[in-house]
Design a protein around this ligand. Structure first.
Ligand SMILES: [Zn+2]
Length: 327
């Protein structure tokens, strides 16, 4: 009997051991399956993530292309100070605004190109003296005054004014360049209806004075001022297309935020001075419009310079690294 009981016990123990073994095997298989299914799920999620990252980078490229084509940066990428002329600092200019359609005038004047600056600077407490429409018989005195005061300025030249003075006109351009002033394009013939008749007409006029400056001084200017300012009643119909084209060619244009108003009829030397300094002190960065075609400007200039000096301004000529002031 004892022997029989022992055998039964042995069998029972063996059965229990076998059960435990099978349970362990079963559990391990279940865990293996679970592990496999989790791994598969992780792989699927990783695949989805990669796909979404590719879509995001595709969208970013699309935004960059649209920004380049339109020149309009997404609203949150535009620094707040961008629209503010009265602040010093460094800016990265918007890429040139590209006209997306082909225009035959894009092939005209293949040498009429300039290199745009990749950085723009706005200097604090600086006045840029600018003289339009010359040179004239008054220009030498303007240059004398600037020399005495140790001040550099900018002259936006009219080709027909140079021609009117003959060799003296060319000598004045060379003197401006030699004495460290900036020479920019204004126009060849100061006739709004003619130059703003079409983009082609503007380019034709611009090219003539651009070449005159280069042939006379050896300088290839990269900046200009629109006759009448960039916004005037004569260029309304072609304005947007014209600005696109000039920017495409790499040229930078400057309007003004102060004026001596020296072309107004009957204006005295006193009023020219008063107008020229009316924003001194209140505005940190001033592009001052004057004309070296008027004697009252020549007479008022020493006092204009002295007033800005008294108010703590520095003087600078414009170069295409200076952040434009646009009307
Ligand atoms: Zn003018």
């Amino acid at each position: 009997m004892r022997r029989g009981a022992k055998s039964v016990l042995k069998i029972a123990v063996l059965a229990v051991l076998l059960c435990v073994l099978f349970s362990l095997l079963f559990l391990s298989q279940q865990l293996g399956d679970l592990n496999h299914s989790l791994r598969t799920r992780i792989d699927v999620l990783n695949g989805l993530l990669t796909q979404q990252q590719a879509e995001i980078s595709g969208l970013n490229e699309q935004i960059a292309r649209i920004t380049e084509a339109t020149g309009v940066a997404p609203a949150d990428a535009t620094p707040e100070a961008e629209a503010e002329n009265d602040v010093s600092g460094v800016w990265t200019p918007a890429p040139p605004r590209l006209w997306t359609e082909y225009r035959p005038y894009q092939e005209l004047y293949p040498a009429l190109y300039a290199k745009r600056s990749e950085r723009l600077f706005a200097r604090d407490k600086t006045v840029y003296l600018t003289f339009d429409d010359g040179p004239t018989i008054h220009t030498a005195r303007v240059l004398d005054t600037l020399k005495e005061a140790g001040v550099k300025a900018t002259f936006f030249i009219v080709g027909s004014s140079v021609a009117r003075l003959g060799e003296d006109g060319k000598a004045l351009l060379r003197r401006m360049a030699d004495e460290g002033h900036t020479i920019g394009v204004h126009c060849n013939v100061h006739d709004y209806e003619r130059i703003y008749a079409s983009v082609e007409a503007f380019l034709d006029d611009f090219n003539a004075v651009f070449n005159l400056i280069r042939e006379t001084t050896g300088l290839q200017t990269d900046l200009f001022r629109f006759p009448g300012g960039s916004v005037n009643s004569y260029n309304e119909e072609i304005r947007s297309e014209l600005i696109h084209e000039m920017e495409r060619r790499g040229f930078t244009y400057y309007d003004w935020n102060a004026s001596s108003n020296d072309t107004a009829a009957g204006l005295t030397e006193e009023s020219a001075w008063r107008n020229a300094v009316s924003r001194a002190g209140g505005t940190k960065r001033i592009i001052l419009l004057m004309h070296d075609t008027k004697e009252r400007t020549v007479l008022a200039l020493p006092r204009i310079i002295a007033t800005y000096k008294d108010k703590g301004y520095s003087f600078a000529r414009l170069t295409n690294v200076d952040k434009p002031i646009v009307l």
